[in-house]
Design a protein around this ligand. Structure first.
Ligand SMILES: Nc1nc(=O)n([C@H]2C[C@H](O)[C@@H](COP(=O)(O)O)O2)cc1CO
Ligand SMILES: [Zn+2]
Length: 156
């Protein structure tokens, strides 16, 4: 008889997104994203980090100060990296992300044809970026749902 305690699709894809987030060098917020196609195949993964060729040791990771002295102008968001890393069109795909997307990534996701967004946390709920993102996702008819990974037991 087959095992009954295997992980669900949601746990699997959010698990991949969470594992990806562990690669982030951001000391404050680590985000991971995993995009799947309509066949439930993973077609793009990403985490928040600097563009390639830029040194994680030479650019700032701070939140405060003049914009150019913070991480904000330099970091590529997890969702943007997942889109850029995609091996095929993400049209009609689903994006699993550990943190609700910002307004900029939301535009990229909508424009790439994502039809569903599954997020885990939403620690910036009600900020202007979050409200704008939610407005665009709703207007574009993207299905939005929250999914908490919870504890996954890794067994042989
Ligand atoms: N959905 C997201 N994907 C992301 O990759 N990020 C990144 C950008 C920064 O590296 C970090 C947020 O930094 P902080 O302001 O929480 O210290 O997370 C942020 C969000 C939030 O909208
Ligand atoms: Zn973003």
């Amino acid at each position: 008889m087959k095992r009954s305690d295997y992980i669900s699709w949601d746990q699997y894809f959010m698990g991949v997104a969470s594992l990806s987030a562990l690669r982030s060098k951001d000391p404050n917020t680590q985000v991971g994203a995993c995009i799947i196609n309509t066949d439930k195949r993973i077609i793009g993964i990403g985490y928040n980090g600097l563009p390639q060729q830029l040194s994680d040791d030479e650019f700032p990771w701070t939140k405060d100060g003049d914009l150019q002295d913070t991480k904000y102008p330099y970091v590529v968001h997890a969702e943007a990296n997942a889109i850029l890393n995609a091996t095929q069109s993400i049209k009609n795909g689903v994006c699993y992300v550990t943190l609700f997307p910002c307004h900029e990534c939301t535009k990229l996701l909508i424009q790439s044809g994502i039809k569903e967004l599954v997020y885990q946390e939403n620690k910036y709920e009600n900020t202007p970026s979050n409200v704008a993102a939610m407005r665009m996702l709703n207007a574009a008819g993207v299905k939005i749902r929250q999914f908490h990974l919870g504890q996954i037991e890794i067994k042989p």
